[in-house]
Design a protein around this ligand. Structure first.
Ligand code: ZN
Ligand code: ZN
Length: 480
């Protein structure tokens, strides 16, 4: 069907949508501290006639914007958290932080929230115009980076009302996401010992930093004895101070454990606990841990994915203007050969024949202004996303559009430099139209919606079980 009449609203409201994106870029707040970003998006939602509720799912910076009534309930997922240490001046092709060491939108989540908002506006326009039954909900999902905001929200049943959810992620290609991601747990290990003069009476001390060191050594030996897809990362978040002549009485290390499925992460977690306990025994310290957060692997819905592909092909992806090309050519020079990436290489693994050859000839281009053919694979890539938890609750699918140049590394200042520029803006509006078109197609095709639900039930036969234990609350990264 032709829904252009409704997706046109995205161009009409571009100022509101992109204005919100730029405000979120400027605010640049990390996980669960996104108050200004939340306000920018909520203001836009209210202006567009949505009913806004803040603090949903017991997460202070989570919110919803709702329009319409009854079924189906369509969810659009928006994110808006930034990354520490990636501050960068917009449109500047050399590394130049706005605030040295400050927060920047190194994963493009300013665009992510605004694009989902744009899609919600078009669906609202349709509901308003036709008077049909149906509800569109924009879910403001905080703390994706290191926070798993959506998993906390899912634990409280926020997404239970949804018939299906659509989202996107800014990126280097116009494509439907077709893989999976890793489930993860993030756990803070704490060691308590006894302080002592490190030269005068070291025999009286019990070193907490020693315990952290021994735990980390233990984990290095564990690596060989877990499944190869597993990942175990750590950061020493408290060394016990900077005085080497003290036996450190307290130290902490933060672990991020990942594997393709939650039960695998759980079994690794139990072994990591044993190692931590062993380190405490070796050093005469006491170990305790804080479960910080977790997320599930993603199960992308193939029925919705196929529809998203059709929508991607229905609308025109952005093409570079000469000025944009000039800026990106300069920026591209800052990316060394060892850092160079191209998202197309992953797609190529799953494409065949003519489609493979078509995509292959674009590898190495400055910017990808075409739509990548669809090839569902379900294979886990080494990252994680809390979209996973939503995908265990209802049929969920995701796209990416080319908001940045092909060689852009993830979580880099180069992402920040492009996040408020015209290419990113146009690609965000394109993403909004594609998502809205798919929502409207599915809302108007009960058989397609049923097929998406049947697929979901087959793949998640026992429903969702949140990997975050009851009682664990979301915490700002700055207050761990
Ligand atoms: Zn990220
Ligand atoms: Zn991201």
């Amino acid at each position: 069907m032709d829904f252009k009449k409704y997706t046109d609203a995205i161009d009409r409201e571009a100022e509101v949508i992109l204005g919100a994106s730029d405000k979120v870029w400027d605010a640049a707040e990390t996980a669960f501290d996104e108050y200004k970003s939340m306000d920018a998006l909520c203001e836009a939602l209210e202006k567009e006639g949505f009913t806004v509720e803040k603090g949903i799912g017991k997460v202070p910076t989570a919110f919803s914007g709702r329009f319409g009534h009854g079924k189906p309930v369509v969810g659009l997922l928006g994110e808006y958290d930034g990354l520490s240490g990636l501050s960068q001046v917009s449109g500047c092709p050399v590394n130049n932080p706005v605030v040295p060491g400050g927060v920047g939108h190194g994963c493009g989540h300013n665009l992510l929230g605004a694009g989902a908002l744009g899609a919600a506006i078009a669906v609202k326009e349709y509901l308003q115009d036709t008077g049909k039954e149906g509800t569109v909900v924009f879910y403001g999902c905080p703390g994706e980076e290191g926070g798993s905001g959506k998993a906390f929200m899912a634990r409280e049943g926020v997404f239970d009302e949804c018939d299906f959810c659509i989202t996107w992620h800014p990126g280097a290609t116009n494509s439907v996401s077709t893989g999976s991601s890793l489930a993860n747990y993030q756990v803070l290990y704490k060691f308590d010992g006894l302080a002592a003069h490190a030269a005068g009476a070291p025999h009286l001390g019990r070193g907490a930093l020693d315990a952290v060191t021994l735990m980390n050594v233990g984990i290095q030996f564990l690596r060989e004895h877990v499944i190869p897809e597993a990942r175990m990362h750590y950061a020493v978040t408290d060394t016990g101070g900077y005085s080497p002549n003290v036996v450190q009485p307290h130290a902490e290390v933060l672990y991020l454990l990942r594997a393709p499925e939650t039960p695998q992460v759980q079994s690794i977690f139990e072994r990591v606990n044993d190692i931590a306990q062993g380190a405490a025994l070796m050093t005469g310290t006491k170990m305790s841990y804080d479960f910080i957060k977790a997320c599930s692997n993603i199960i992308l819905n193939d029925v919705l994915g196929e529809q998203l592909q059709k929508s991607l092909e229905k609308y025109e992806p952005p093409k570079l203007t000469p000025d944009e090309e000039k800026f990106l050519t300069e920026l591209d020079k800052t990316i060394g050969p060892e850092q160079r990436t191209d998202g197309l290489k992953n797609s190529l693994k799953f494409l065949k024949g003519e489609e493979h050859d078509f995509v292959e000839k674009h590898v190495g281009e400055l910017y990808h202004d075409f739509v990548v053919p669809y090839a569902y694979n379900g294979q886990a890539s080494p990252g994680s996303s809390d979209v996973g938890d939503v995908s265990w609750v209802c049929p969920t699918a995701q796209i990416s559009t080319a908001t940045w140049m092909a060689s852009t590394p993830g979580h880099s200042w180069q992402v920040v430099a492009q996040g408020k520029e015209s290419v990113a803006h146009r690609a965000t509006l394109y993403a909004a139209k594609v998502m809205a078109d798919t929502c409207l197609e599915v809302m108007n095709n009960p058989e397609q919606l049923q097929a998406a639900k049947d697929e979901y039930k087959k793949r998640v036969p026992n429903g969702y079980k949140c990997p975050i234990p009851a009682g664990v609350k979301p915490r700002s990264l700055t207050k761990l």
